[in-house]
Design a protein around this ligand. Structure first.
Ligand SMILES: Nc1ncnc2c1ncn2[C@@H]1O[C@H](COP(=O)(O)OP(=O)(O)OP(=O)(O)O)[C@@H](O)[C@H]1O
Ligand SMILES: [Mg+2]
Length: 398
């Protein structure tokens, strides 16, 4: 087995790479075992969830909506665990490339000398261990999206090669002189300060400008702590789907969690919830049950940043259905909204929910929406909703 293959196996253990590619064709391919396919499908669904109602997350969602339909290169910036990959997947999912592959590459996890063949592929005999020709991730992402994660870890030599592909939209396999066209949308992410790296001579300025076409900056969890109850709700319900344990948090526990600074952001929160569910299975966790590290940040300043209404969704079992049949009073943000697309996104979400609950049976979904079957089918066509591949708008719904 070549060094490249050895590396791929390691890579596939990481969360972001459980499914190296994300389109239906690849899911069905022989190279992906059935168990992994099922896990991959579930992971993709989870990855689309972009929970948060804070102003910062609403702005991120708006940016995703603006940029997704274009082919613009996107640079996602944010600390570790803030949801960069979630955003990248949402961009792909809401783009016209959504039926093609989403291919993640962790530039920091792949040994420098293998990254070129990993990205561009290689010919048989191109280097020691290249016993067969192999396509790279650019080819795998043809027509789709290539997610270059941890782009700040790329060597200067590799940056030059990547820049050329971004400029000329062609690449060559290692060991070949034949140019191959690349119709690939690039989404890159990093938790490093690329501008500072440019100033230090560690990152090419020309590549930075190529990538920085549409930057999306993700807030830390501490900067959007008001989203904590919604995130706890989402992460506990994910846990319920993947394990037999669950857990609930008392209000004082949620307030204590909100006073912690979360250096590992949402990922750390997910890990803490999993830990609590193991320690206190199917129980109500109180503030005094929390790990010492979190309790050390507790203060008497009761979580004034939290919307106490949201706490109910953390401690209550029941999901709140739509109240009556009228929408709650809403407020438009200062910058205004595009009412038409907003209303469409509400309609799409309700249709998706109805389809989900009806197990994809259009007639049942139509009934729960008070529509005729043909009207629902027409709306599904209009919004390009496939009942088997339920698309989601980048909001709280998962
Ligand atoms: N807004 C969010 N809503 C729901 N879950 C989220 C959100 N942001 C992050 N997560 C969850 O947190 C975990 C980490 O997210 P992700 O891998 O996208 O972070 P990241 O910024 O890429 O982290 P790293 O820099 O360490 O790679 C995942 O399990 C993801 O599903
Ligand atoms: Mg990541």
């Amino acid at each position: 087995m070549s060094a490249v293959r050895d590396h791929r196996r390691q890579d596939s253990d990481s969360e972001s790479s459980q499914m190296p590619t994300d389109n239906a064709e690849n899911i069905g391919s022989d190279s992906v075992p059935a168990k992994q396919v099922r896990r991959g499908v579930r992971d993709r669904k989870l990855f689309r969830c972009l929970v948060g109602q804070s102003a910062a997350m609403r702005a991120v969602r708006q940016e995703i909506e603006q940029v997704a339909p274009t082919d613009a290169t996107v640079l996602i910036l944010g600390q570790s665990g803030t949801g960069k990959e979630v955003v990248a997947r949402n961009i792909h999912y809401h783009s016209k490339r959504r039926n093609k592959a989403f291919v993640p590459v962790n530039c920091g996890a792949i040994p420098h000398d293998l990254l070129e063949s990993e990205l561009f592929g290689h010919e048989k005999g191109a280097f020691t261990g290249a016993i067969t020709a192999r396509q790279g991730r650019f080819a795998m992402a043809e027509g789709g999206t290539l997610f270059l994660d941890e782009i700040g870890e790329m060597t200067m030599a590799m940056q030059v090669k990547l820049l050329r592909v971004l400029e000329e939209r062609v690449f060559e396999r290692v060991g070949s002189t034949t140019s191959i066209d690349a119709d690939v949308r690039i989404v890159a992410a990093t938790n490093r300060n690329l501008e500072e790296m440019v100033n230090l001579g560690e990152f090419r300025e020309d590549l930075f400008f190529r990538l920085d076409v549409f930057p999306i900056r993700l807030p830390t969890l501490a900067q959007r702590i008001e989203d904590l109850p919604l995130l706890i709700k989402e992460l506990t319900s994910r846990l319920e789907k993947t394990s037999s344990n669950s857990v609930r948090f008392s209000q004082d526990a949620v307030i204590a969690l909100s006073q912690y600074d979360w250096p590992g952001n949402v990922r750390e929160l997910a890990n803490q919830i999993e830990r609590m569910a193991i320690k206190y299975p199917n129980s109500l966790v109180q503030a005094h049950n929390l790990p010492k590290r979190i309790k050390a940040h507790m203060s008497d300043e009761a979580g004034h940043d939290l919307n106490l209404d949201d706490l109910a969704c953390v401690t209550d079992e029941a999901e709140r259905p739509l109240q009556g049949h009228t929408a709650p009073r809403m407020h438009i943000p200062a910058e205004g909204i595009d009412l038409k697309s907003y209303m469409a996104s509400i309609e799409i979400n309700l249709i998706l929910d109805a389809l989900d609950k009806a197990g994809g049976v259009i007639a049942h979904a139509a009934k729960s929406l008070g529509l005729r079957r043909t009207t629902l089918a027409e709306k599904m066509r209009k919004y390009n909703i496939d009942r088997d591949k339920t698309p989601r708008s980048p909001d709280n719904s998962c």
